[in-house]
Design a protein around this ligand. Structure first.
Ligand code: PMP
Length: 437
């Protein structure tokens, strides 16, 4: 492929376009644990595409479900209409969701799920006569997609600073990243439950009667794999309960088996009022997201006049037939292969393998839970280039795909991963780190 002309038109997302186009990394095919480049080079997928291909690539059941659905019903209008698969899927999701989160609203992405959940929270309070609860609380180092609500409650600087003042009435609690006290944690770090009390600071500042909801990722992925300290989410839940504030978990990356349980809420034993999901819902095959709402929240919407639309919100492609078919094929695959809990079974092997990188050049922290890992490298003071990005490039040359976020190498492989793949992944990263030195 001659590059210049063919690559110019595509303005790539989340990419250093000019750098990429000098030496493109292209992927042409995928199956199971692997991608292949157009030249046929095999690449081990260490990140499940982007935390989404949890059952591995090109799974026949999912492929067939999409193909059959495209021939049967390609689109169903979402205005006062429905199609059977969307109801079936909502019901299936409610069965694996944390107890009590059994009402499902469909979107097309994680970002849309976040906007939907935030709007549900605002509308819920208004319906209950508490319309003054308009304030939204996020967390530093939070990532909640790229739409305006999400970047407002999010705490990722690069995601916010180009875009002006964002949503009004938003505040942030402190993040929980504490490599000094919690370095090399396996599973939940021991220290930091008290950081949840930072919410009390904002409640004292703004008054609880102005606060609608708090949104956090149970495990923050995009800002470097930050795992909640033991007891932290429980305390957040208690504080929200005490003050009538809704708790939203953004499970876009932590859902569908990533932490060793179907959802992180179950792994950590804390149930939110609203939960956003996407990615693993369809195994990444067709764009789809969802918001799972508590029965109580949902029922608050169902009390007005019966002929009125209860929640004037949705997308042309909400509950799209192809996405529903893909999601049902995905849930079948997860169930048949026990993938939603496989991460728990593999966690000891995964943890040992990843922590064996401790002591290699530049490594300052390793964080693991389920089938997730973050390997944090020492920053290069005053230099824009990151060691983690150099490691990513080296791994790519070695035929292994990892992800970088800041100074952290992030891993989230398909849940079908075998021990030999884990060994290959760790070996490649080790080689890259030694070469970096
Ligand atoms: N929330 C979280 C926690 C995420 O990690 C992401 C994506 N990485 C999103 C929301 C946004 O999802 P999408 O890219 O599908 O809009």
């Amino acid at each position: 492929m001659s590059h210049a002309a063919e690559l110019d038109a595509y303005w790539m997302p989340f990419t250093a376009n000019r750098q990429f186009k000098q030496a493109p990394r292209l992927i042409a095919k995928a199956a199971g644990m692997h991608f292949w480049t157009p030249e046929g080079r095999e690449i081990l997928d260490g990140i499940a595409g982007l935390w989404c291909v949890n059952a591995g690539h090109a799974r026949p059941r999912i492929v067939q479900a999409i193909q059959a659905q495209a021939a049967e019903l390609d689109f169903a209008p979402p205005f006062n209409m429905g199609h059977p698969l969307a109801f079936t899927l909502a019901d299936r999701l409610a069965q694996i969701a944390p107890a009590g989160l059994d009402r499902v609203f469909f979107t097309n992405s994680g970002s849309e799920s976040v906007e939907t959940a935030l709007k549900m929270a605002l509308a819920y309070h208004r319906l209950r006569g508490e319309g003054q609860r308009t304030r939204l609380i996020g967390r530093e180092c939070g990532y909640h997609g790229v739409n305006f609500g999400g970047i407002s409650v999010g705490g990722m600087v690069a995601n916010r600073k180009m875009f002006g003042s964002l949503l009004a009435g938003v505040d942030h609690i402190r993040h929980t990243h504490d490599p000094e006290r919690n370095a090399y944690s396996r599973g939940q770090p021991a220290h930091g439950a008290e950081l949840a009390e930072d919410l009390e600071r904002l409640i004292a500042l703004h008054d609880a009667s102005t606060i609608a909801a708090v949104i956090v990722e149970p495990v923050a992925g995009s800002t470097g794999v930050l795992i909640p300290p033991l007891g932290y989410l429980q305390r957040l839940r208690e504080i929200c309960n005490r003050h009538g504030i809704l708790l939203i978990f953004d499970e876009v990356i932590s859902g569908f088996g990533r932490t060793g349980a179907p959802f992180a809420a179950q792994r950590f034993g804390v149930t939110p009022d609203l939960m956003t999901v996407a990615k693993g819902l369809t195994n990444g095959c067709v764009p789809m997201g969802a918001v799972l709402a508590s029965r109580a929240l949902h029922d608050t919407f169902m009390t007005g006049p019966e002929h009125a639309i209860e929640f004037f919100h949705g997308y042309t492609y909400s509950g799209h037939p192809l996405a529903c078919a893909a999601a049902l094929g995905t849930l079948d695959t997860y169930a048949e292969e026990g993938l939603l809990t496989r991460g728990a079974a593999l966690e000891p092997v995964w943890t040992e393998a990843l922590h064996s990188l401790r002591g290699l050049p530049h490594v300052i922290d390793i964080r693991t839970i389920g089938l997730v890992a973050g390997i944090e490298l020492a920053p290069r003071p005053g230099e824009p280039t990151r060691r983690a990005f150099d490691a990513f490039m080296d791994c790519w040359q070695q035929g292994v795909l990892v992800r970088t976020t800041g100074d952290t190498i992030a891993l989230s492989p398909p849940l079908i991963i075998e021990e030999r793949h884990i060994a290959q992944l760790v070996e490649a990263i080790g080689t890259a780190l030694r070469r970096l030195a």
